[in-house]
Design a protein around this ligand. Structure first.
Ligand code: PCA
Length: 212
């Protein structure tokens, strides 16, 4: 039986909602398999978020791990290609921690590539009429931290596909002038990303890099 671990995040930075957590709850509520779906909304706290995600991976031994977070300001659904071994927080996390130029994992590799088929996921999203593009930076805050920690935790099990998808603000709750997508589209996008991750054993060989 295939098991998928899908996580979102709680609100942070003074926002009342976080579309990643809201969308993950909705995906869970209407999931009808055939795979087993495990979901969780993680705290936006450096140490607690990655500890919790590692515990979920150890307990459920998922075949696919997709962590999801908000990238306020982005207009598209963005599967992340790279997680870097750096925590450098511009704002404090929800527990008041604000790490400065700290590694996520002491002595760990400088970066991990996602083991999810990110180009295939972006293509599947685009085919479904949703704005999507592969991103080459998950930032240096809690999302990158969690993505790095998840890839580190699954580095010795290469058959596990692990990665991260950043989503825009939900239209229903977006600040004025911020790009956004209806929450329903974000939910549909995550379902499509899961399906592509499960069904695509080999990454799509299509151009998808960035010029800058
Ligand atoms: N976005 C933040 C942390 C939690 C979230 O949803 C980030 O991109 O790091």
């Amino acid at each position: 039986m295939t098991t998928i671990l899908l996580t979102g995040f709680a609100p942070f930075a003074g926002d009342a909602t976080n579309p990643s957590g809201d969308a993950v709850r909705r995906v869970a509520a209407r999931w009808d398999g055939p795979e087993t779906l495990v979901t969780e909304v993680l705290p936006v706290v450096f140490d607690a978020a990655d500890e919790r995600l590692r515990a979920l991976i150890a307990t459920h031994r998922p075949d696919v791990v997709i962590a999801v977070g908000l990238a306020g300001g982005r207009a598209a659904l963005t599967p992340e290609r790279v997680a870097i071994n750096l925590a450098d927080a511009r704002i404090a996390d929800n527990a008041g921690a604000q790490p400065l130029d700290r590694p996520v994992v002491e002595g760990g590799p400088a970066a991990y590539f996602a083991t999810l088929p990110v180009k295939a996921i972006a293509a599947a999203l685009t085919d479904a009429g949703l704005p999507a593009t592969v991103s080459h930076s998950a930032g240096t805050f809690v999302c990158n931290h969690v993505m790095y920690a998840a890839l580190h935790a699954t580095a010795d099990t290469p058959e596990v596909r692990t990665g991260f998808v950043h989503v825009p603000y939900a239209r229903e709750d977006a600040p004025a002038d911020a790009p956004s997508l209806p929450l329903d589209d974000i939910v549909r996008g995550l379902e499509i990303a899961i399906r592509a991750a499960v069904d695509t054993p080999v990454e799509a060989a299509v151009p998808g890099g960035a010029l800058h």
